[in-house]
Design a protein around this ligand. Structure first.
Ligand SMILES: Cc1cc2nc3c(=O)[nH]c(=O)nc-3n(C[C@H](O)[C@H](O)[C@H](O)COP(=O)(O)O)c2cc1C
Length: 169
């Protein structure tokens, strides 16, 4: 890879770059957020960061809700508190993630608390996730024992809805 190339899969195939030219996305690191919970006031810190980012016009701000800790739901019943706060402070596009279900994702966008919702775990177990949400189809559960494993199992072998239905028939 040439030093100036953007990061991409080792195979040489590249995902399309959807960022507006010259603008970078911002997503404060989860580890940093976890550290912050221990040593500082996350409302003050991330509120300050989101406010100051307005001066730089990043492509988007990607927020992970604090109800998630890594890949686990740590706080049951907590709403989308981070994006609700930061959306008011940051004027650009906000992408929220972290334990959203299709219904709560729709509501969060409809309420104006985020522009877009990102899914992680459900996208792993549902390769046709957008289609399933659009058609209100049931979602396949994910198997967390395969997260962070080092082969394709649990990443590329979840069935599409039609395949799942055919296997059940
Ligand atoms: C297999 C896996 C890998 C992940 N890798 C990252 C990562 O590299 N950086 C990061 O900020 N979050 C990572 N996350 C965490 C998600 O960004 C996020 O906390 C959460 O899983 C999203 O919520 P959801 O899974 O409920 O949709 C990962 C999650 C999973 C399941």
């Amino acid at each position: 890879m040439a030093p100036t190339d953007p990061p991409g899969p080792a195979s040489g195939a590249r995902a399309p770059d959807v960022r507006p030219p010259g603008r970078i996305p911002v997503g404060p690191l989860a580890g940093f957020a976890a550290l912050c919970l221990l040593i500082c006031d996350p409302h003050a810190l991330f509120g300050h960061v989101a406010t100051r980012l307005n001066d730089h016009g990043p492509a988007y701000l990607h927020v992970i809700e604090p109800r998630m800790q890594g890949i686990d739901l740590a706080v049951v019943g907590q709403g989308a508190v981070a994006t609700q706060q930061l959306r008011k402070l940051f004027g650009g596009t906000v992408i929220a993630a972290g334990a959203f279900e299709p219904e709560t994702a729709e509501r969060t966008v409809a309420d104006g608390d985020a522009d877009l919702i990102a899914f992680a775990r459900y996208f792993i177990s549902n390769p046709d996730l957008p289609e399933r949400i659009r058609l209100n189809l049931p979602l396949s559960p994910y198997d967390r024992s395969t997260f962070y494993a080092f082969d394709a199992h649990g990443y590329t072998d979840y069935p599409f809805y039609d395949e799942e239905k055919a296997a059940r028939a």
